[in-house]
Ligand binder design. Sequence first.
Ligand SMILES: [Zn+2]
Length: 138
Amino acid sequence: MDNILSINVNKENKKYPCVDCLTDYINIKIPQALADKIDIIIAKRIQGYRSRGEIVNECIRQKIREIEDKNSLEPYNHYNVFEDHATVKDYTKKGMEIDVFFRNGKPFCDYCKKSNCEHIHFLLNKEEFQKILKDKGY
Ligand SMILES: [Zn+2]
């Protein structure tokens, strides 16, 4: 017997939207026992909750705030600059290392296959990176 229940969670990270995502919701499974507790809260109208999603979203937001107090949740990091490219670590893609090349004075993202994407914006907004590019004559 399946004791796992699926709940939709609203994707809230609009500041760094995922270009690959076509929907605003994903499914996360929680144990049936937790869903049963949530259903009791809803049935008793405790604290005004009216749906499983409402409760789950609030719990997740609270946990993320706790984590954010002590950790950076910036989606990109760890850039190295080489002769013809820089590497961005993309935590929205499980820490994938993405190369941004500099060709003819223009950046080009090897992952997005574009000259204008979130990885390039991340690099271009870093003062340290701007200085490196300037030193290299870009
Ligand atoms: Zn990109």
